[in-house]
Write a protein that binds this ligand. Structure first.
Ligand code: KG4
Ligand code: ZN
Length: 342
């Protein structure tokens, strides 16, 4: 049995897991930093990297302890080195390299976005490739043509905010705690999603696989406080807040579904894999399932714990392990999206 220690620190979760070549999870830990970023209404990169430094070793220790595996029993160390916040990425990479130097274990690089799609394979136990990958998180809203686990071609993405970022900002406009996504979703559950017709940017343009959520966020702001008004000073009745949340959520979901269906038509693929924190959204899951049933394509969405950032999805490293693709100890971080197909 091959055992890999996977390390994830691309954004604001410090995570480690021990996984096997049969994609079994022996032990996994995620330390969330939500409480540290809450009062700022978004992830503060400097705070994130400092918190990773404090947590990374205890998190790795705990994952090994849960797995009942000693360092000497591992076969490789994998680390997500792209894309993400540069300071956050560096902490995970330095920890992984230090372990490799100390133990002589080989180092494997993980592309965090490819790992999000791979979570669909881990969760389902099925071969999900080739597929269209939709990655919707706080930092990304992208569509990929995924010919294989590490063979991705970008099809399109957001031209401004990510969908999760829009959820988080709308959450703060509605006075909800960070991260806004789950809280907006909770409030939306008691709202009328047809109450306000928010814009669906780009949706009516079938020539572009692109998203834009910045104008939608502004439309919500105007709905709450009017042009130029300050949403902080506005007290809305509870039902109206719920209606705004539900109508906003529906607009985002319409955009995500419309472009995913377009990507499936353009690629001719019959499988859609969804990953990233926003894939935890109940209404998105419900609508994706309805669209898959209507158009007859396969749909994979991992359980919530594998949608938000975690180290289990780093089990994609098994693919590189099998191919003998190891890294030298001068491996660097790549914060941006370039070379996503690498
Ligand atoms: O993938 P993730 O854990 O971290 C990265 O951004 O890489 O995604 C976090 C994002 C946040 O913006 C959060 O608000 C959003 O996912 N999110 C949700 C839900 N749960 C988390 N958005 C909408 N509905 C949810 N239920
Ligand atoms: Zn992520």
């Amino acid at each position: 049995m091959v055992r890999i220690l996977s390390i994830e620190s691309t954004c604001d979760e410090t995570a480690a897991a021990v996984v096997t070549d049969s994609l079994e999870v022996l032990g996994a830990v995620v330390a969330s930093q939500d409480n540290l970023h809450q009062r700022f209404g978004g992830v503060v990169p400097e705070i994130a990297s400092r918190a990773h430094v404090e947590r990374i070793l205890p998190v790795i220790d705990e994952a090994l302890r849960k797995a009942g595996v000693r360092l000497g029993e591992l076969d490789a160390v994998a680390v997500a080195n792209r894309p993400g916040l540069v300071g956050s990425l560096l902490v995970g990479l330095c920890a992984a390299k230090a372990l490799c130097v100390a133990t002589g274990l080989p180092l494997i690089a993980v592309n965090h976005l490819q790992a999000h799609v791979y979570a669909c394979k881990i969760a389902s136990g099925e071969d999900v490739f080739p597929c269209v990958g939709l990655i919707v998180s706080g930092g990304h809203t992208n569509l990929y043509r995924c010919d294989g686990p590490t063979d991705f071609t970008p099809l399109g993405g957001t031209i401004d905010d990510a969908a999760g970022e829009a959820f988080d900002k709308v959450g703060s406009l509605l006075g909800l705690p960070f991260p806004g996504g789950p809280n907006v979703a909770r409030l939306a559950a008691s709202g009328d999603r047809t109450a306000i017709r928010f814009p669906r940017p780009m949706l009516d343009d079938p020539s572009r696989l692109a998203f834009s959520f910045s104008g939608l966020k502004t439309a919500v702001r105007y709905e709450i406080a009017g042009p130029g008004g300050d949403p902080a000073g506005v007290e809305l009745p509870e039902q109206r807040r719920a209606d705004i949340a539900a109508s906003f959520e529906e607009a985002v979901v319409d955009c995500l579904i419309g472009k995913s269906e377009l990507a499936l038509r353009q690629t001719g693929f019959d499988t859609l894999c969804v990953g990233g924190g926003v894939a935890a959204n109940g209404r998105l899951r419900e609508r994706l399932e309805a669209a898959a049933a209507e158009h007859g394509h396969r749909l994979y969405i991992p359980p919530m714990s594998l949608c938000t950032d975690n180290a289990v999805m780093g089990a994609i490293a098994i693919e590189r392990f099998r191919a003998g693709k190891f890294e030298s100890l001068d491996l660097d971080v790549h914060p941006g999206l370039e070379r996503v197909g690498a």
